[in-house]
Design a binder for this molecule. Structure first.
Ligand code: FAD
Ligand code: PYC
Length: 404
């Protein structure tokens, strides 16, 4: 079947690293690639390289469960994530690359009056922030999710939930590839299999990185390495309020269309959607120990699938096809950090944790703005280190999608 699939033109060049660049971005995930694209497109800064130790999209960007949504609580987060959803709406056109964005809606289920009360509060906040949200009764859910066990004899009988109609999914690797091709076309060098091993500074300012491909000089450097943030920032002597944990995901064998909406249950530590290929895409809470392993433990697989089958008993005969883990970068308040660091010329985007795929468009635009202007853009000014100094945390733990 693959015999005809030869001699396709490469989507981006694979240049040799130059000796210096104006801007170096460490990390070829969605955030690093989108930052390079926005630097080149919005601010005319094209002397840029993205340095990736493996292959682009091989980190969390290519390992996530593709949920895109803006159901956050605080105005600063709601504004930022809503901007990102709106950017996703135009992304296939902007990149001329089909990222298969599907706003199929997200249902979050409630299993007690208390949980439903909290959802009402969340829905009110979202509506005040202009984001699509409505409370659902059990009957509404029966209509939307005919295969869900809503019976009174279920272990946890469902009492309702809420719908975030503008949420959905996008094809994760297409997002990485689309940004990579667009950035490359604008002159950005994408350097794969190049690992940053250290930083050089002069007079308190970063001036180069050491890599397995030699020294590369730069006026400015940005770190966008997700679960490796503490390790890479540590090479520059910088401590971050970030912890790395494993988050796993699983896909089933392909099925005929059976689920046309994303379903989440905090109580069951489970969420599920169906991909365009027909696979059930399943995830749960993170493995709770600090780890850089891209695997994860069996206990989490068991807990997640148990929850899934309590919700959808009909999936009990479906076979799981693949399982993997990613290393997520968690801040204490589960909100991100986009800021300069204590080393002049060194910037960072981190703390995206379990929910940064949806943030790639707005996060890339925000980091590019910070690098170009040495200041946050209007959407991301709440996401600086300053909130930890002031104790003004932006606690989005409840909105971050999965338990951790
Ligand atoms: P990454 O995509 O991880 O890219 C960072 C890159 O840096 C990697 O490719 C890595 O190889 C590279 N790197 C690291 N160290 C170095 C070095 N020294 N030198 C050079 N390169 C280096 N978010 C959502 O919004 N919705 C979801 O449904 C969702 N589900 C998830 C499910 C799972 C299982 C996981 C693991 C995450 C999920 N997320 C989700 C979170 C989301 O995937 C991440 O927040 C997001 O992809 C982070 O993007 P990034 O570009 O910052 O990091
Ligand atoms: O952020 O929507 C999210 C999410 C879903 C699963 C993991 N993260």
């Amino acid at each position: 079947g693959l015999r005809g699939q030869r001699n396709w033109p490469a989507l981006w060049r694979s240049p040799e690293p130059r000796k210096t660049y104006q801007v170096l971005i460490i990390g070829g995930g969605g955030h690093g690639l989108a930052t390079a694209y926005h630097l080149a497109r919005d601010w005319g800064i094209r002397d840029v390289a993205v340095i990736e130790k493996g292959w682009i999209g091989g980190g969390n960007t290519g390992r996530n469960t593709t949920v895109v949504r803006s159901n956050y609580y605080y105005p600063a987060s709601a504004r930022f994530y809503q901007r990102s959803v709106e950017m996703y709406q135009g992304l296939s056109d902007a990149l001329n690359f089909n990222i298969m964005f599907s706003q199929r809606g997200i249902v979050t289920l409630a299993f007690s009056p208390h949980e439903l009360n909290l959802m009402a509060r969340q829905v009110n906040a979202m509506q005040l922030n202009g984001i699509a949200a409505e409370i659902l009764t059990r009957d509404d859910i029966a209509r939307l999710l005919p295969h869900c066990d809503l019976s009174a004899t279920a272990r946890f009988p469902c009492v309702g939930g809420f719908l975030h109609a503008s949420g959905g999914t996008a094809r994760h690797d297409a997002v990485a590839w689309g940004y990579a091709r667009a950035a490359d076309t604008l002159g950005v060098d994408i350097l794969q299999n190049v690992e940053v091993l250290g930083f050089e500074q002069m007079g308190g300012r970063v001036c180069a990185v050491q890599t397995n491909a030699g020294r590369i000089g730069a006026e400015k450097v940005a770190i966008a390495v997700a679960g490796n943030s503490t390790v890479v920032a540590g090479l520059a002597g910088i401590d971050l309020p970030v912890r790395s944990q494993t988050l796993q995901a699983f896909v089933s064998e392909p099925l005929k269309p059976v689920l046309d909406i994303v379903v989440m249950s905090g109580l069951h530590h489970t969420y599920v959607s169906q991909s365009d290929k027909g696979e059930l895409v399943i995830g749960g809470d993170s493995d709770t120990m600090t780890s850089y392993a891209q695997r994860g433990s069996f206990a989490t697989i068991e807990r997640t699938t148990t929850g899934l089958l309590e919700l959808f008993p009909a999936f009990s005969r479906v076979r799981l096809m693949r399982q993997w883990g990613g290393t997520v970068d968690l801040t204490p308040d589960r909100s991100p950090i986009i800021d300069r660091t204590s080393l002049d010329g060194l910037y960072i985007s981190t703390g995206w944790g379990t929910g940064g795929f949806k943030a790639i468009p707005a996060g890339g635009a925000a980091l590019a703005h910070f690098i170009a202007h040495d200041a946050a853009d209007e959407y991301s000014s709440a996401f600086t280190f300053d909130r930890f100094r002031r104790g003004a945390l932006l606690d989005e733990g409840a909105a971050s999608g999965v338990a951790h």
